[in-house]
Design a protein around this ligand. Structure first.
Ligand code: HSE
Length: 400
């Protein structure tokens, strides 16, 4: 029997308890061993909750119980979550988590600790919610040199942008709806300002390129800069607006990585990824482009990925899963502004003035006060120089 403890009985933690108990038969069959959810650590009371009897308040109970072989950390953040993860690994228990902040900041050290203790630290649910993506990168695509990984990595912002572009919803109403559905982070600024997507692209880059990428090194812009005018111009031209995280391999082992809003042409598969759905494209030198699509947030989709890791930890109780990366340093970062792409700009000038500077621009719309348009592929520096004489209201990359 494998005892399991869940730390944190919030949206994801309660989903894990539900999936473990409702799908117990399936989980035990996959794990080839009985699983028992024995404790749930939380400081709150849950009167009347079916899992009420499992609540404990002292982590030492879990730490000192030899029956507990897998600890599920769904507390979030890097405070007690980090402390309990270190203690659980040190006590010889595998740890499974959806905590992208902890993995993106301290994954290298925690994987080293797990290795030293002969246990596993697994975090499939930290990127893409219920989408299998980390295992495919490390296993199914292992024969490839990864050239690029990018995608829609945050369900809350995709939900907001979809509601703004499709339904004309206000930013605030769409955010409230995402919060009600349990998609948003405790502090939704992590979603809106791109921090959550940044953590996820760092974890993807760690695995794809083999060196730790600190989220502080990644230029990150969220969706506050996206206006109703941008939404109108993008729609008029047949484009969607999506917040993308992107990491691109460059010569000499360098990596260009950033998070920013993009215009996505209607014909690009990412354009039809709406609402809470996420999609991640991995470009391998042998396989070409592979796309992973599914629910990127929410209680049960995320719990689905967590419980799969619990099963994997049980199956590999006597062996280590090969998942790790090396140390990184900021000198491995390539300036993403040098990446060439088409650009969308919205400027406070009429179409005629735009056409004088950019005769080949694709005009999306405008009036005497402002114009939205797209220019030919170039670096950010180059487009900024050409836009020097304009009042620039928005400047987003186009992903082709
Ligand atoms: N707040 C995150 C999102 C949850 O909206 O994608 C899943 O990581």
């Amino acid at each position: 029997m494998f005892g399991v403890a869940v730390l944190g009985f919030g949206v994801v933690g309660s989903g894990v308890a539900e999936v473990l108990s409702e799908n117990a038969e399936v989980a035990e069959k996959s794990a080839a061993s009985p699983l028992k959810l024995k404790y749930i650590l939380d400081v709150r009371d849950f009167p009347g909750n079916p899992f009420e009897k499992l609540i404990v308040r002292d982590f030492a109970v879990i730490e000192n119980d030899p029956e507990i072989r897998v600890v599920v950390e769904t507390i979030g953040g890097v405070g007690v979550a980090q402390e309990f993860t270190r203690r659980a690994l040190s006590a010889g228990k595998s740890v499974v988590t959806s905590n992208k902040e902890l993995v993106s900041k301290f994954g290298f050290e925690l994987l080293e600790l797990a290795k030293a203790k002969g246990v596993n630290y697994l975090f499939e649910a930290s990127v893409g919610g219920g989408i299998p993506i980390l295992r495919p990168i490390t296993q199914c695509l292992a024969a490839n040199k990864i050239l690029e990984v990018y995608g829609i990595l945050n369900g809350t912002t995709n939900h907001i942008l979809t509601a703004m572009l499709k339904d004309g919803a206000s930013f605030d109403d769409a955010l409230r709806d995402a919060q009600t559905r349990g998609y948003a982070e405790q502090n939704p600024s992590s979603d809106i300002d791109g921090t959550d997507a940044c953590r996820k692209i760092c974890i993807l880059a760690d695995l794809a390129f083999g060196r730790h990428m600190n989220p502080d090194w990644v230029k990150t812009v969220g969706i506050r800069a996206v206006s109703a005018d941008d939404a109108r111009f993008a729609s008029a031209g047949g484009y969607k607006i999506k917040l993308l995280g992107r990491a691109v391999a460059r010569d000499g082992g360098k990596v260009a990585a950033y998070v920013a809003p993009h215009l996505v042409p209607g014909g690009n598969l990412l354009a039809s990824v709406d609402g809470v759905m996420n999609a991640i494209v991995v470009r391998g030198n042998a396989v070409g482009d592979v796309m992973f699509y599914g629910a990127g947030a929410g209680k049960l989709p995320t719990a689905s990925a967590v419980v799969a890791d619990v099963i994997d930890a049980v199956k590999h109780d006597a062996a280590r899963k090969w998942i790790s990366w090396g140390e990184g340093d900021e000198s491995m970062m390539y300036d993403s502004a040098a990446l060439v792409s088409r650009w969308y700009a919205r400027v406070s000038a009429p179409e005629g003035s735009v056409k004088r500077v950019f005769p080949d621009a694709e005009i999306l719309g405008g009036d005497t006060a402002e114009t939205g348009f797209i220019v030919a592929p170039q670096s950010k520096k180059s487009v900024e120089v050409s836009l020097g004489g304009f009042g620039v209201l928005s400047l987003f990359r186009v992903i082709d």
